[in-house]
Ligand binder design. Structure first.
Ligand code: GDP
Length: 298
């Protein structure tokens, strides 16, 4: 087990008595501990550096007050900075003013998109929405069927190309799905798109073509929280190639400390909106920056 940042800082400050500003030596020692804690949480190095610099700056100006000991005070600063970068308040979905709200999912194969699509559909259904799932991942042989199985589990219809029609055109499927949703009065359309194991130009273009064709209200980048350092590169490539409004972290039930969340939010400036944490369809919730901050620190 790693020591928590609070424990580390309590140790760093145990010599410190009395009040006044923290000394430069104390601030340096603090910075070192924060750096180690963030690296252990798998936060990307450039993000760690920027973060530590910001905390140092704030710590310099702080008076050591009576209410909190120096360690608690630094933990408070770190926590506040983490929450700010992670998006502050939870960012809510933006619904279309007229017609169905279109949500498009993008991300690498295996990120958990298909599972997430069904979880999101269930979550929306519980809020009295009438979602429809769209199988626009026509690349992976079982993707359509997997979405159909998941759709059935959550009681949400799936719009998919008729079987036996060859590979099919995902852009056309997405477009038709929206017309279908309008006709059948579904108010949210969730489009599952193809992902490959590695980022490739063809995949990016396909996702960008779907985006251009359907003009989604929200594009969500779905990313496996376990991928740690790689999250930054992938997140940036999808941002440049497809663009997105928010991030969904999956597999948070694993032992990842959540560093990917901080790295992605910091580098892309996009809010993490949802957290998916398990194989059950109900293992899904809005992302709470404050809870993630504690997870990164503890
Ligand atoms: P896709 O290729 O992006 O559509 O990914 P899938 O939805 O097929 O998920 C890939 C694998 O990860 C499957 O075995 C899922 O059961 C699993 N998975 C998805 N989300 C989660 C999650 O939140 N926690 C865990 N433990 N496994 C997940």
């Amino acid at each position: 087990m790693f020591a928590t940042l609070s424990d580390r800082l309590a140790d760093t400050f145990k010599h410190l008595r009395g009040k006044g500003k923290l000394s430069e030596a104390d601030i340096d020692a603090t910075a070192r501990e924060i750096r180690i804690a963030l690296l252990e949480a798998d936060v990307a190095l450039p993000v760690v550096k920027e973060f530590v610099a910001a905390v140092k700056e704030r710590a310099r100006g702080e008076e050591v007050s009576g209410a909190l000991n120096p360690a608690q005070q630094v933990v408070k600063i770190v926590n506040e900075e983490l929450v700010t970068i992670l998006g502050g308040e939870t960012r809510r979905l933006r619904y279309a003013k007229t017609g169905p709200t279109v949500i498009m999912l993008a991300g690498l194969q295996g990120a958990g998109k298909t599972t997430l699509a069904a979880k999101l559909a269930l979550w929306l259904k519980d809020q009295d929405k009438t979602p429809v799932l769209v199988a626009a991942d026509l690349q992976r042989p079982n993707a359509v069927q997997q979405l159909q199985v998941n759709g059935e589990r959550v009681g949400v219809p799936v719009f998919a190309p008729a079987p036996g029609n060859g590979v099919g055109d995902p852009v056309a499927v997405a477009r038709e799905a929206i017309e279908h949703a309008k006709r059948t009065l579904h108010d949210v359309v969730i489009i599952d798109t193809a992902g490959r194991l590695g980022v490739d130009a063809e995949l990016m273009k396909q996702a960008a073509d779907i985006r251009d064709a359907v003009q989604p209200d929200e594009v969500l980048f779905v990313v496996d929280a376990m991928i740690g350092q790689d999250a930054v590169t992938t997140a940036q490539l999808f941002l440049d190639g497809v663009g997105y409004d928010g991030v969904v972290l999956t597999k948070l039930d694993g032992d990842a400390r959540g560093g990917a969340a901080l790295s992605i939010a910091s580098i892309t400036g996009k809010p993490v909106m949802f957290a998916s944490a398990g194989e059950k369809m109900t293992d899904f919730d809005l992302f709470h920056p404050d809870r993630m901050a504690s997870r990164i620190l503890d």
